[in-house]
Ligand binder design. Structure first.
Ligand code: FMN
Length: 325
């Protein structure tokens, strides 16, 4: 679909109103209407409450919780986050309070924030773990979508990452789809040969959306000590360093499926969000940028609205897949 030009931007409409308020920023992701396509990414926005005083949660599209597991997890040893050129590496190890504490302690407070849209990120080391997390979340009112992190090792199958093996991914997504009483979005690992194939597997399993990319597997070594700079040895690379690869993968995935795609990887400005949407994303997620500027998600959401107005884009959804060749 092409974006519709509506003439040169003047800042004012014929009645003297502000055109910024005229751009329609609504998108539909996994059957859920969001007021903006800009979403805070998992693991970089806590449980949302940490950002309540900094970001107007009701002005961004949604936020994704930290990954939630069946039991609380302490995460990996330090150092577990380092800076790298144009990005960062992390091996936080999916530290979280566990799904029960999330439902009992965080959800009641989140439900009290008008307009906030909560996407719960789910993970586990077996399919049963993931299904159990979803069952617990099903009983908690106020969650819009589940985002299933497929970048975890499947301990029942020799530790191979779910999202890198089509059969494991299909089984995981199918079982979680059946368990979920809310729309399921599967978050893909980029550490694969064919992202299009993995996207199709999720669609075939009944997922209502996919999101990508998670972090790229990486290694950094301190040449003086000759030791890995992260205690876990390897970590996940994120931030602007990965953006062009992520944009390519979002394009390939969106070409392979009909379900909506949430794109992410190194978005720091409104123009980056536009790039992902032109590549085929319906929505975008912002992760690492929140470490440098905690207000990044809201700033990008506002910037995207301004960008649409100044470029005569009446509906932000018209940008999706509008790359021209
Ligand atoms: C410190 C950190 C923790 C993360 N934790 C999670 C997580 O718990 N679950 C998940 O699906 N993705 C997690 N991610 C991946 C991000 O959500 C995102 O997919 C990735 O960082 C790429 O986007 P970015 O370049 O905008 O950060 C984490 C990323 C970072 C940097």
């Amino acid at each position: 679909m092409r974006c519709q030009a509506v003439g040169r931007y003047t800042g004012r409409d014929a009645n003297g109103g502000d055109k910024l308020s005229k751009a329609d920023m609504r998108v539909t992701l996994a059957g859920v209407e969001l007021r903006s396509p800009v979403i805070a990414a998992s693991g970089t926005f806590g449980y949302g409450l940490e950002f309540e005083e900094i970001v107007s949660l009701e002005r961004i599209g949604a936020f994704v919780t930290k990954g939630l597991s069946r039991e609380p997890m302490a995460g990996n040893a330090s150092p577990r986050i380092i800076e790298s050129p144009a990005g960062m590496m992390n091996a936080v190890g999916l530290q979280n309070i566990g799904v029960h504490a999330f439902v009992e302690e965080k959800m009641p407070r989140l439900r009290g924030i008008p307009g906030v849209v909560v996407i719960a990120n789910v993970f586990g080391y077996t399919i049963e773990d993931c299904v159990e997390v979803i069952h617990v979340l099903n009983d908690a009112p106020g969650i819009a979508i589940y985002e299933l992190n497929a970048s975890c090792p499947n301990t029942s199958h020799g530790g191979m990452v779910f999202g890198t093996d089509p059969d494991s991914l299909y089984q995981l997504a199918t079982r979680c789809r059946h368990a979920a009483e809310r729309p399921l979005m599967v978050k893909l690992s980029p550490n694969v040969t064919s992202i299009g194939q993995m996207a199709r597997v999720c669609e075939d399993a009944g997922a209502q959306a996919i999101s990508l990319v998670n972090t790229f597997l990486a290694l950094a070594i301190d040449v003086e000590t000759r030791r890995p700079r992260i205690a876990n040895v390897t970590g996940g690379l994120s931030g602007p360093a990965i953006r062009p690869i992520a944009v390519r993968m979002v394009h390939e995935a969106s070409q392979a499926v009909k379900i909506p795609v949430a794109g992410m990887g190194g978005i720091t400005r409104a123009e980056d969000a536009v790039e992902f949407m032109l590549a085929g994303a319906t929505a975008v997620e912002v992760g690492t940028a929140s470490f440098a500027d905690p207000r990044a998600v809201e700033n990008i959401a506002n910037g995207l609205r301004r960008w649409c107005a100044s470029h005569g884009v009446a509906r932000v959804s018209d940008l999706t897949g509008a790359m021209e060749r």
